[in-house]
Design a protein around this ligand. Structure first.
Ligand SMILES: [Fe+2]
Ligand SMILES: [Fe+2]
Length: 330
């Protein structure tokens, strides 16, 4: 463990700054960009917020592929709005990372060079339009479980971004569930398509919460800093408990023979996800990792002229303002 990872105790800082930071956390108040913070806290946040931002941006791809193939104008409009929301989420989050001194260009470079991760879930393919519904129901549902507690995260800009993002995630979840409800009321073939999508997305969705607690070494540190509020396993359990009754109402079967209510624990029991698969996907060996990153890289390169033009325009505007100030003084 480096001094940085060891956190506050290992850093040599004026004691009053450390005390003030600790007191802010103890009182459950927010840390703001102007406040002193331990370097480890800042770095952990930059990494988490960047990964979160990357996930929103990469997450546009699997569903975005269906925009041109949506079965009706209404479905196209809904999907369009949803995918645009995800772009917005990415932008809020990059802005939150910038308040910690991170550079957006640098974060994007890290993503397209594979030096920074995004959520494992977006490395699976969307084979049918039912996948759009199941992603809304499971993936946005999992995002809600993950992100609602982050509205109370100790870092102010991150917590505030989460409030707005969570409202939009609720819409995403509902549009997915409503789409599936419509499909299961349709033909037998449509019901089968829904069940097939459920079978394919269930396990990757459970893996979205990350490795089990005993294999998640940074969790305890993030919880002590109140960046994270619940462990991976707690959130995963909450997601399962929330989803089971929704599956019953929809009339689909979740693909886990061990899944049942445990009266004693007050939670569902369920099988262990395939952690080897999660490790492989995180390492870059999922079904769509290469494709997702290549597409993001191409979009970034194709957008270079827009960034150059925006910078040139900004330079011109500030030069003009400087000349006007000069003129006023003369
Ligand atoms: Fe999102
Ligand atoms: Fe979403």
């Amino acid at each position: 463990m480096t001094a940085e990872q060891a956190g506050p105790a290992a850093e040599r800082v004026p004691p009053d700054l450390q005390e003030r930071f600790d007191a802010t956390l103890a009182r459950d108040q927010r840390v703001e960009p102007r406040d002193w913070m331990p370097e480890g806290y800042r770095r952990t946040l930059v990494r988490q917020i960047a990964q979160h931002a990357h996930s929103e941006i990469i997450g546009m791809q699997p569903e975005g592929e269906w925009i041109t193939r949506a079965p009706s104008l209404r479905r196209k409009a809904i999907l369009f709005a949803k995918v645009q929301d995800e772009a917005g989420h990415g932008l809020y989050l990059y802005a939150a990372a910038e308040t910690l001194g991170a550079d957006r260009e640098d974060l994007t470079e890290r993503l397209i060079e594979g030096r920074q991760k995004y959520s494992s879930i977006f490395n699976y393919p969307t084979l049918t339009f039912a996948d759009v519904g199941v992603i809304g129901w499971f993936v946005d549902g999992a995002a809600i479980c993950n992100q609602v507690p982050l509205c109370r995260s100790s870092y102010g800009p991150y917590a505030r971004a989460m409030v707005r993002i969570c409202k939009e995630e609720s819409f995403h979840q509902r549009q997915g569930y409503e789409l599936l409800m419509t499909m299961v009321r349709g033909t037998a073939a449509q019901r089968e398509t829904v069940q097939d999508a459920v079978n394919r997305w269930w396990w990757p969705s459970l893996m979205m919460f990350g490795p089990p607690d005993d294999a998640s070494p940074n969790s305890a540190r993030s919880m002590a800093w109140k960046i994270k509020r619940h462990t991976n396993d707690e959130l995963r359990r909450r997601f399962v408990d929330m989803t089971v009754p929704q599956a019953e109402r929809l009339g689909v079967t979740l693909p886990d023979p061990e899944l049942r209510w445990n009266e004693e624990r007050g939670h569902h029991d369920f099988s262990t996800p395939d952690w080897a698969e999660l490790a492989a996907v995180i390492k870059g060996d999922g079904p769509c990792n290469a494709e997702r990153v290549a597409r993001r890289r191409a979009a970034h390169e194709e957008g270079a002229w827009v960034r150059e033009a925006a910078l040139a325009h900004a330079a011109k505007v500030s030069a003009r303002a400087a000349a006007e100030r000069e003129g006023a003084r003369a």
